[in-house]
Design a protein around this ligand. Structure first.
Ligand SMILES: [Zn+2]
Ligand SMILES: [Zn+2]
Length: 374
């Protein structure tokens, strides 16, 4: 038995599709048959060359793909339940964290696996090494012990579940860290996938008003469907000063209780801090691109007295909460519209080319989340 795996060769290079033998499944591991994998914004940063893959620099190629959902194809003898205690059998649909804490450090001891300095991530792996299937752009995925995994409720389609182990959980954890409370004002910088998720999560936490900032009309319309009470159009409020003024017009002169950065542009940080009230919280969740944030003045009251929180990954408890959130609220928000395009694995190069957000016409698309269905 063999399965296919797409191999990343570097920025703008066609992926190689290779066959590898299905590995023997270890005592505590799972082999998952992938049903859907997302092209994450971070994958696109590597594709565009904004970020350099250490694995590609060293070996000329890498295994890629970390947002996915699939079915248990084979399981080790000792695997009887998911990480929450639900019974697991072959054929069950599962999602899993794309990283695992070392479980042997002071951070893991406190359950803070997102902050583990030794955590294993399957963002880029060496290609051609057993158990081969170490990335989501493939027919199979080998899930080692240490990655929390959870059974998916039947009520949720793949297109809602595939993005949740990265983007959705990242935002869910970020708003937890920022402690968004009932009646608090929330500003969200960016209405891509993360921004739309942030609006829905803020709404469910009882926030009001919820202001979403973006420059694409379709996204701003979507933001209202995902719970925004107000939107600010970058094409009409073209300077940071105008946008800060507009936010204060809505929430009052002190600024917003919570501001959430999910735009990925470093310069947004200075602007977001200006929108945050003294004693408020600024959550930095979307900065996966390299670059300078500009100069941040601690004095006068630009930053002093404001709290910055940030997240890269999330603690393990978040993923089952994310599943539960989607199951409860899927009829209130159009989560099913988050996947805009679907491609077979054989067309993965085209999927990346078409997802390139700087290509002509891309700005007309409301959301450009692309899925690969093997
Ligand atoms: Zn991701
Ligand atoms: Zn650890």
């Amino acid at each position: 038995m063999k399965g296919r795996m797409a191999i990343f060769k570097g920025a703008h290079m066609p992926f190689d599709l290779r066959d590898y033998p299905l590995p023997q499944v270890g005592e505590s591991d799972l082999l998952v048959s992938v049903s859907m994998s997302m092209v994450c914004g971070s994958d696109l940063h590597y594709w565009r060359g904004d970020l350099q893959s250490g694995m590609v620099a060293k070996h000329g190629e890498a295994v890629m793909g970390h947002e996915m959902v699939g079915r248990v194809y084979a399981k080790g003898a000792s695997v009887t339940t998911d990480s929450n205690g639900a019974l697991i059998k072959e054929g069950d649909r599962v999602v899993y964290t794309y990283f695992a804490g070392c479980m042997n450090c002071p951070r893991c001891l406190r359950g803070e696996t997102a902050s583990c300095p030794n955590k294993k991530m399957f963002v880029h792996h060496q290609a051609g090494q057993p158990p081969y299937f170490t990335g989501g752009f493939a027919d199979y995925f080998y899930l080692s012990r240490g990655n929390y995994f959870f059974k998916v409720p039947d009520s949720l389609p793949d297109s809602m579940v595939a993005p949740i182990n990265c983007s959705f959980s990242q935002v869910y954890f970020g708003l937890h860290l920022a402690e968004v409370r009932v009646g608090e004002s929330v500003v969200i910088q960016g209405a891509g996938g993360l921004g739309l998720y942030a609006a829905a999560i803020a709404k469910e936490r009882g926030a009001n008003p919820i202001i979403v900032i973006d420059g694409i009309q379709g996204r701003l319309r979507m933001a209202h469907d995902f719970g925004a009470s107000h939107t600010i159009d970058l094409t009409q409020h073209t300077t940071p000063a105008e946008r800060v003024a507009r936010v204060k017009e809505i929430v009052g002169p002190a600024g917003a209780d919570v501001v959430v950065e999910v735009v990925g542009v470093p310069s947004a940080i200075v602007e977001g801090l200006q929108m945050t009230r003294m004693g408020g919280r600024y959550a930095v969740l979307g900065q996966v691109s390299a670059g300078e944030a500009g100069t941040i003045q601690f004095m006068p009251a630009m930053l002093l007295g404001k709290n910055i929180v940030s997240a890269a990954c999330y603690d393990g408890w978040v993923l089952p909460k994310a599943l539960d959130f989607l199951a409860r609220t899927k009829d209130r928000y159009p989560f099913d519209k988050m996947v805009s395009h679907t491609y077979p694995l054989a067309d993965i190069t085209k999927a990346f080319q078409d997802s390139e957000w700087s290509r002509p016409g891309a700005h007309n698309l409301p959301v450009t989340r692309t899925a690969i269905v093997p």
